[in-house]
Design a protein around this ligand. Sequence first.
Ligand code: NAP
Length: 243
Amino acid sequence: MLEEKIAVVTGASRGIGRAIAKELALKGAFVIVNYNGSKQAADETVNEITQAGGKAVGVQCNVADAAECEAFINNIISEYGRIDILVNNAGIVRDNLLMRISEKDFDAVIDTNLKGAFYMTKGVYPLFLKQKGGKIINISSVSGLTGNPGQANYSASKAGVIGLTKSVAKELASRGVCCNAIAPGFIATEMTQALENDALKDAIPMKRFGEAEEVAKLALFLASEHSDYITGEVIRIDGGLAC
Ligand code: NAP
């Protein structure tokens, strides 16, 4: 399905990013598995892909650093000649009530979750114009749609990702580029490990957390030709939480 495609997945050392990297690779894409600090975990992602017959390479880059992102994208283009799919997945939380959020923690979340997606998108933008095609998939969150107490910084970053997605979609639609967002609810990963309890599950209409692999299947759809007429869309995957 994705043979000959080059895909970049940020924050693919674990969790949702790892599942997306595996899904795209097993459908034929060559995947650049990005990570920041977790080299060993990124190596595990790459090993799992290669052992299953896919192709991938791990590349370090801090998405919150503009210069690193520019060099990261340019190196990929000079090495592989093209990029077809960009998944902006890298993200962090620094949860607290707003009155206790320091400026440092507000900035850290915006820099990684929102500006990271901006830097990476800016990197591929001229290439996608030239190629007259490309898929950008931004991982937002239901927190960005509904807000969430204790997550003012995170919700602001994820709402920003939705604005970024829709603007880029409109700028690049006539050039055959699709830009969409995925808004997951509670997905079982390291990020949500401490939250998983029966009361929270009970608040979800489907009574369970989602699996990273379920998000990956949605990302595959948005990365594939099956979604060629979809752009500027935000798709919730949340077991009915925010419907
Ligand atoms: P996770 O398990 O904590 O993994 C986060 C990933 O992001 C790691 O691979 C981490 O790699 C990478 N990362 C963090 N900061 C980075 C940076 N500055 N540069 C490059 N990579 C960086 O999180 P997850 O649950 O899989 O979440 C993935 C995405 O889904 C995030 O954007 C998150 O906000 C979003 N999301 C998650 C949920 C959920 O319930 N889990 C719900 C809604 C949205 P390093 O360790 O190498 O830094």
